[in-house]
Design a protein. Structure first.
Length: 660
């Protein structure tokens, strides 16, 4: 649910085909199957009759359908998108992109029915807003090359500076477009598109899955990958490629996976795979037994499981590329000076649902690292309680969608009082990000399950980066300490992966507790918001009564509800209140509660007060909520599944809340 839920360039969708009649229809249908990977914008490039035909649309989840209307003539110039030819006959790429009207030199035409090759893309925005200019495919200065890309180019700024010095015009805000211009340069000293792409990728740092076509080599698609997935297939007359299996189901049984740092040249009925070093490679065949719905889930039973397993990547990409010149920390868009942030003497964080729990984690980190007082408010209450803010206040709004009405209105209220405002969001160019003075994006990719998993972890990671950036700006931590903590952050994806690998152990504990109806989640210090998030997951997925308390508060009333049959889930990982936490747990166990503790590997003393232990790797205490969340997600998931509930669509809940 909002505050619980969804962006990474790696989550976009790629489709390509050569040797197929009605290629436009094929590409559009493939994009429909890939929309779950991103739907901010979509586009298609076709090579036909020596020209490049290009159409792009940025109309949210209507983008692919708007493209489809081009084929029927229902979508025409002036209605928001146009199909355009580029190249020698019609001008450069800067006039070839789709828009409200054609630029000078564009020829508005429907998609060609017969073409040599085509590529398509559906985008989840990361670098650059979801606009037509930022939509893929991107085209080079000559208008003869088109490229689609998933992933993140870490050295895009460095490449863009070099291209600018060489006279290239970069038309978009994306990191992806630089690639097509680098390939354009390499073509001047290469004998083929394949060679040019291979040489261009020698300059690239980061993750990528790309597909490139050129009007100078009809019928050829060159594709390559590093980290970001890419598959391809061939039959007697055609060849196809995609970023994910759903787009290619039913096309051919001869499907193959491209591995890291491999490149494939596709021609009708032919595929040649090699390493980026030029060595010949035998591709790995895929055995597909999925139907379409299962394919969208990558073979998992449901989207929640898939998204839990995507958490290491979501956190890694949220942390990616956060170092600027001189090692300083970088936020995505910061329209505030360091001096303005240095003068901040109070921080408000406003959020809802799981985002609120992420905000509570951030409170501990910001106060500890910056020595600035932090208040955390449920967004729906913030503007009605007459909060005290001024120009030295920093207000942070946290929302996965960037459209949560309560959080948006709270940010507006803070601005009205003169506060500086930063948005933490998973969606580029959302309402919150447009109105904020600064933005920090989570890069978790689209999240289909209503209950937040990967977006919550990405929010915590992003807020920890923000806390360290404030400490750097305010000079409250030595540079060496910040570097150590950044290193600790970058170790989180591996720790998350280790927790996911232990899901069987978590499921066994959940199975032993099935039948219980009353749950109390306890934590102290930073473990308290972790307990709150665990309780929320159990409530929204399994409809069981679950309440979270600071463990020291038990004796002030809630302990009266403890009786045999009650389950107490406690966060007992290492922090400065761990011994007190274990003492609190001993009290409830002595009153008949069944105790489940989340504890660090090797801390065997917890077994004296627990009936069951969910073991996790030890990390920096202020970062521990990221790791501790994983077994609690798996626990809630297993309880819900065993009770027969739909984990992806809990009753009465919506992913994004846009009404008060």
């Amino acid at each position: 649910m909002e505050g619980d839920g969804v962006a990474s360039g790696d989550m976009c969708g790629i489709i390509g085909v050569t040797g197929v009649d009605e290629a436009f229809s094929f590409l559009v249908e493939g994009l429909r199957q890939l929309e779950y990977r991103g739907y901010d914008s979509a586009g298609v490039a076709l090579v036909a009759d020596g020209d490049l035909w290009l159409a792009r649309e940025a109309d949210g989840n209507h983008s692919v359908e708007e493209l489809a209307l081009l084929e029927t003539g229902s979508r025409v110039v002036g209605s928001g998108v146009s199909g355009s030819r580029t190249g020698e006959n019609s001008g450069a790429s800067s006039g070839a992109s789709s828009g409200a009207s054609s630029g000078a030199g564009d020829v508005s035409i429907p998609p060609p029915r017969h073409c040599e090759a085509g590529i398509g893309h559906t985008r989840w925005a990361t670098h650059g807003r979801p606009t037509v200019e930022n939509a893929h495919p991107h085209v080079d200065c000559s208008g003869r090359l088109a490229l689609v890309h998933n992933g993140i180019i870490e050295n895009h700024a460095e490449l863009a500076a070099r291209l600018d010095a060489n006279g290239h015009e970069i038309a978009s805000e994306t990191d992806s477009e630089v690639l097509v211009h680098v390939i354009e340069e390499e073509l001047r000293r290469s004998e083929s598109l394949l060679e040019a792409v291979r040489r261009a990728l020698e300059d690239v740092r980061g993750s990528f899955a790309i597909a490139v076509v050129s009007s100078a080599e009809p019928g050829v698609i060159v594709a390559a990958r590093r980290v970001s997935p890419l598959i391809f297939g061939v039959d007697e007359r055609s060849a196809v490629l995609a970023s994910d299996i759903p787009a290619l189901l039913g096309t051919t049984r001869n499907l193959f996976a491209l591995e890291d740092d491999q490149i494939v040249e596709l021609r009708p009925g032919v595929a040649h795979v090699s390493g980026l070093d030029g060595s010949k490679v035998d591709p790995v065949p895929l055995t597909i037994t999925w139907d379409l719905d299962a394919a969208r889930k990558d073979g998992f039973d449901d989207f929640m499981t898939k998204e839990i397993h995507e958490q290491p990547r979501a956190v890694a990409e949220t942390l990616l590329d956060r170092h600027g010149p001189g090692g300083s920390l970088v936020l995505d868009e910061l329209r505030l000076t360091r001096e303005e942030l240095r003068l901040v003497d109070k921080v408000f964080i406003v959020a809802c649902g799981s985002s609120y729990h992420a905000a509570l984690v951030a409170k501990y980190a910001i106060e500890h690292w910056t020595r600035v007082p932090v208040e955390v408010d449920i967004a729906s209450e913030f503007r009605y309680r007459d909060p005290v803010l001024d120009q030295r206040t920093l207000a942070i709004g946290v929302s996965q969608s960037g459209e949560t009405v309560d959080t948006l209105q709270a940010m507006r209220e803070a601005k009205r009082w003169g506060a500086r405002v930063i948005a933490v969001s998973n969606v580029v160019d959302s309402s919150m990000t447009r109105e904020a003075d600064g933005v920090l994006y989570t890069r978790a990719g689209p999240e289909i399950c209503v209950a937040s998993t990967k977006t919550y972890l990405a929010q915590v990671a992003a807020l920890e980066v923000l806390a360290l950036a404030l400490a750097e700006f305010r000079q409250t931590l030595d540079h060496g300490v910040i570097e150590r903590l950044v290193g600790n952050l970058n170790e989180l994806p591996a720790a998350i992966e280790e927790c996911i690998d232990r899901e069987k152990e978590v499921f066994e504990v959940a199975d032993r507790i099935l039948g219980a109806r009353d749950f109390f989640y306890l934590g102290r210090n930073v473990g308290y918001p972790a307990a709150m998030e665990g309780a929320l997951k159990l409530k929204e997925l399994s409809y069981l009564r679950a309440e979270a308390y600071p463990a020291g508060e038990l004796k002030h009333g809630p302990i009266a509800l403890i009786e045999p049959g009650t389950v107490v889930v406690g966060i007992a990982t290492r922090n400065r209140l761990r011994e007190k936490m274990l003492a609190n747990v001993a009290e409830v166990r002595s009153r008949g509660a069944t105790v489940v503790l989340v504890a660090n590997d090797g801390e065997r003393d917890v077994e004296d007060v627990a009936d069951h232990v969910l073991w996790v790797p030890e990390v920096e205490p202020l970062l521990s909520p990221v790791v501790n969340a994983v077994p609690l997600q798996l626990f809630a998931y297993r309880m819900a599944r065993e009770l027969g509930y739909d984990v992806d669509r809990p009753r009465n809940l919506a992913k994004t809340v846009t009404v008060e």
